[in-house]
Design a protein around this ligand. Sequence first.
Ligand code: SF4
Length: 436
Amino acid sequence: MPSYHVWTVGCQMNVADSQRLDLSLERMGLAREEKIENADVVIVNTCVVRQAAEDTATGLLGRLGKQKFEAPDRVIAVMGCMVGPDHADLKRRFPQVDVWARPQEFQPIVETVGARTGLSTEGCLANLTPQKPNVATFVPIVHGCDKFCTFCIIPYRRGREMSRPVSELVDELTRLVDRGVKEVTLLGQNVDSYGHDLRPRVDLADLMEQVHEVSGLERIRFLTSHPNDMSRRIIRAIADLPKVCENVNLPFQAGDDRILAEMRRGYTRGQFLDRIDEIRATIPRVTLTTDLIVGFPGETEAEFQQSVRLLERVRFDKVHSAAYSERKGTFASRRIPDSVTRDEKKRRLHTVNDLQTRIQTEINADLVGQEFDILVDGETRGRLRGRTRGDKLVYVTGGGPALGDTVRTGITGASPWSLEGDLRATQTQKELVEIK
Ligand code: SF4
């Protein structure tokens, strides 16, 4: 039986795509191989959001290309965001690659694998719901992005927004719950714009209401939001629907109005802060995370300090910070010279990371002594691991519960990145819905 290995880098959308491709290859009759060097078919699922992710993928392709001389029958496929509409340059650089596929475009891969292995591809692309999903799983609900922020390559690679129909998503979630899923994260590059392209038009709040009805599903999350599209209706739905977790990721990217305009984010610092205030006023106990870029071209020290002050003002529970990385093909790479030095970007990144570590230390220390419901989703070094509804990672001491159980946990210790807890009780689904 031929074997396959899917290597994945990047965001949860890529992870979800890889899981679906796994399923279609297994339906064809291929066996999963843990070691990439032993697989007959290797799929490299790529990301180009940061240079480092792209370098990792191209480094791997270089090594696979060299090995192709020793294993000429091995099929090498590349998919994901590295593969744009025009990838002639990549084909020249990596001639050993057998097939190139854009995000979610599985057909060219399965056809090539079918032709090379002699296996039938019939039915292998229908209903790609993972057979053994994680207890907490990710489901893409809208592909692509229409925003075209000047620094971002995603819209060029993943295309325009395309929402999946509500009924298709509810059916898939029902199947996932039958296979043990307790928590779903609804995914989109801009998840708040879900449904605007469907007829009849719906929004994320409508979808969350429908998903909420899926029996056996305990928690609903969503990722990633855009401040302009996170409507009052969506904020209200988070507050009103008991299964929707009170945790919002709202990227601000920069704290200064001139930089926000250069990024074409479409909002000002004041408008972003108003949205944060509205979320906090509407959703009790909400936790907030964000994304931030430092060292955008032309960002002065004073403009950078606006980002620092915004972090101090909002006090996010977590910040995904990154130094600006020029992405070829974006508006910024063509029109705005990358003027902030590498050392200066590094310094700014250290500044925000140090500040955020202090803020998270203080926020998490305040949680010691409180109790939270943890959905157990794994084990690390003999201890159960799970997350609160607010997405805090907790390591739980005490035996008894199993994967997929929700346990009431008393917090006994805290670090900036995680909490420690001990077991109080295991909750039933009815109790879980009532306590929100
Ligand atoms: S909203 Fe902006 S940053 Fe996010 S995926 Fe779309 S273009 Fe990229």
